[in-house]
Design a protein around this ligand. Structure first.
Ligand code: SF4
Length: 344
């Protein structure tokens, strides 16, 4: 089948996996890849505008206490498990993020089934809302009662990440896809915006499963799809595996745009630095985790041997006490100005 015919069928709503596999094969040809990016980028411009929404984040706001940790995550390695920020630290982080001009803030954490682990979250939400930030939540689990509390406190979006539809429990042996599905349904039932992550590039997974996961997400009124490119972490069982390549991530971003025409699409992980932004915007993304962020400082080797390799030097990064304060916003503005994008 010709490239144009496949794209037309997909845009007309024929979301068969086979169409996407054809498309993946066709875009091995560079001219077709450029055409795919052009179509996806145009869809973004028509449905959303030539705009980039910036998200900041604070990590961690909640610990990860699993019996079996996810095989790709830094929490797999005991010395990398970070102590959650307290309310005073969250206030400092919120002030820093607000001052950077970032409007969206994700409160990120791990999975902790200890029922008291969400107790402080409401305070954190109130601090961020008082500063006028839009608040997004990304941690597990969240009960239906807590969802209602968080929604009533003004949270605008919550993650229930499916990550990988066939290999979820292989890479996440301490977690359950079924519980994620139940959370996604409850988020929608309570009329909160649903966000979800698709994980690209883990060994033994491929485009077929990544696209199946996107198509599975299409069953939900998804508002934000985050494409996460695998990035190996020292000390995990996957430390020697190759990271997800930027071009394959960009292709999946473009395919996500064909599927979710007017949803927010962002990408991170191995393409989490500002220098990947032009490629991601070119392929149809409209959102990025490149607002200001605050994390607990790592005390020993993390994603790389040197702190400078973890926290990029193209933008302001300062360490104060036990926290890292980073502000890529001015750098992102300069990139977006060159590309004709408005930053929101
Ligand atoms: S649940 Fe999240 S934070 Fe915890 S190990 Fe898995 S990926 Fe890491």
């Amino acid at each position: 089948m010709e490239f144009e015919k496949i794209v037309k069928e997909i845009l007309d709503g024929e979301l068969d996996l086979s169409n996407f596999i054809h498309l993946m094969n066709k875009t091995r040809d560079f001219e077709n890849l450029r055409r795919l990016f052009y179509v996806a980028s145009k869809l973004r411009d028509e449905n959303i505008g030539r705009e980039l929404k910036l998200d900041g984040f604070i990590y961690p706001v909640k610990p990860c206490n699993l019996e079996k940790y996810c095989l790709y995550c830094s929490n797999y390695v005991e010395r990398f498990r970070l102590k959650p920020l307290n309310a005073e630290e969250v206030q400092k982080a919120v002030d820093f993020i607000k001052d950077s001009g970032t409007k969206n803030l994700t409160l990120e954490g791990g999975t902790s089934k200890d029922s008291s682990s969400n107790n402080k979250i409401l305070d954190f939400i109130n601090i961020a809302r008082k500063a006028g930030l839009n608040v997004i939540l990304d941690f597990y689990p969240i009960s239906p009662v807590e969802l209602k509390l968080f929604r009533d406190a003004g949270v605008s979006e919550i993650y229930a990440s499916f990550e990988l539809i066939d290999n979820f429990e292989r890479f996440k042996p301490g977690e359950s896809l079924k519980e994620r599905e139940e959370l996604a349904k409850e988020i929608c039932r309570q009329k909160i915006n649903l966000a979800s992550t698709v994980l690209i590039g883990l060994p033994g997974t491929g485009p077929e499963e990544w696209i199946k996961t996107l198509l599975y997400l299409k069953r939900y009124p998804i508002k934000h799809c985050f494409i996460s490119g695998f990035r190996p972490v020292l000390g995990t069982p996957l430390e020697n595996c190759a990271p997800a390549l930027p071009t394959i991530i960009a292709k999946i971003v473009a395919i996500a745009r064909l599927i979710f025409k007017d949803a927010d699409i962002s990408a991170g992980g191995s393409v989490g630095d500002p220098n990947s932004l032009p490629l991601l915007l070119e392929s149809g993304a409209n959102r990025a985790y490149l607002g200001a962020y605050v994390t607990r400082v790592r005390t020993s080797k993390g994603f790389s041997d040197e702190l400078e390799s973890v926290f990029k030097t193209e933008y302001e990064v300062k360490i104060q006490g036990e926290l890292v304060f980073a502000n890529p916003v001015p750098y992102v503005y300069s990139i977006c100005e060159d590309l004709g994008f408005e930053v929101l």
